[in-house]
Ligand binder design. Structure first.
Ligand SMILES: O=C(O)CCC(=O)C(=O)O
Ligand SMILES: [Fe+2]
Length: 306
């Protein structure tokens, strides 16, 4: 199947959000310029040099991966808080949480010869059966062009609405094609996986994910970003990585707001754990109904699209 939902960089965010709500994914082409891509690559160059392929099948034996990107690059901040991406995260996640968080930051750099990754849902790390409301929003930023031949992320349109039992057919899988500087955005509920790289150059991508603020973040941002680095980050990014209450009292440190604590407040009387705007938002949240389901439902789909 051919990929649809590829939008130019100036497309209104609402239009992209509507496509993601319907199909589970969208591409925004050239959402950042070549200078931003070059700046991110320059920040990360020393880490690329040191990185090597993994030893687990899922993560890829010819895929360089490393994380903690907010401690390694300032240029990456413009990807993390890109207005279209945040508008989509607002649309998908804010009905269900007071704030969402940075869930994961990582490089996914497929070297020539990498084989296809098993298809999966990123929300498979949580024991919640599909379909369910979006728990995470994933972005994959292209540092190189993404093509079908070099391992552009494979996706199954509309699978964010399927139950775990439904297995994708090969003809239901699309491959992401986008030039460097573009971003693929998909929900963590959408079945997807890296492709095989049949070319002689790398497919280089940066994954920045966001999750509901009351779920555990996949990458531990409090260890990934040292406190002295976190203290210097813009307010908005501090809040995104977790230095803000996720609900009344959720995320407290020594009975204080984590952001106050980060900035040296040690007197409980100076910190408000029940700010009225947080309490009001908690009361207004759309509530989940989680039903019990059987153990052992398949979460991985080995679909041959090569
Ligand atoms: O590399 C890709 O295109 C996707 C990788 C992925 O989905 C994952 O590692 O969870
Ligand atoms: Fe994934």
């Amino acid at each position: 199947m051919e990929m649809t939902n590829s939008f130019s960089g100036d497309t209104p965010a609402e239009k992209v959000a509507a496509a993601i709500a319907e199909d589970g994914y969208a591409v925004v082409r050239e959402a950042v310029d070549a200078d931003t891509v070059a700046a991110v690559e320059a920040d990360l160059a020393p880490y690329f040099d040191k990185a090597h392929g993994g030893h687990e099948d899922f993560y890829g034996k010819r895929t360089k991966r490393f994380g903690a990107l907010l401690a390694k690059s300032t240029a990456i901040q413009s990807m993390l808080i890109h207005p279209t991406v945040l508008a989509i995260a607002d649309d998908a996640l804010l009905p269900h949480c007071v704030r969402y968080r940075v869930h994961y930051t990582g490089v996914m750099h497929l070297e020539p010869g990498e084989t296809r990754q098993v298809l999966h849902r990123d929300i498979g790390i949580y024991p919640i059966a599909s379909p369910c409301p979006p728990l995470t929003i994933a972005t994959m930023w292209a540092l190189s062009d993404f093509t079908r031949e070099n391992g552009g992320t494979r996706l199954v349109p509309r699978s964010h609405l399927w139950s775990n039992e439904r297995v994708p057919k090969p003809e239901e899988v699309v491959a992401t094609e986008m030039p460097a500087g573009s971003v693929l955005i998909y929900t963590g509920n959408t079945i997807h996986g890296g492709g095989a790289n049949y070319t002689d150059g790398p497919r280089s991508g940066i994954a920045l994910h966001y999750n509901l603020g009351w779920l555990r973040q996949e990458e531990n941002q409090y260890l990934a970003v040292p406190q002295e680095v976190a203290r210097e980050l813009p307010d908005q990014i501090q809040e995104l990585i977790g230095y803000a209450l996720g609900s009344s009292s959720l995320g407290v440190v020594d009975h204080m707001d984590p952001k106050d604590y980060l900035h040296g407040v040690r007197d409980q009387a100076q910190s408000d754990l029940c700010p009225p705007e947080v309490v009001k938002k908690v009361d207004a949240l759309a509530r989940f109904h989680v039903s019990h389901s059987e153990r052992g439902l398949p979460g991985y789909y080995d679909v041959d699209t090569d």
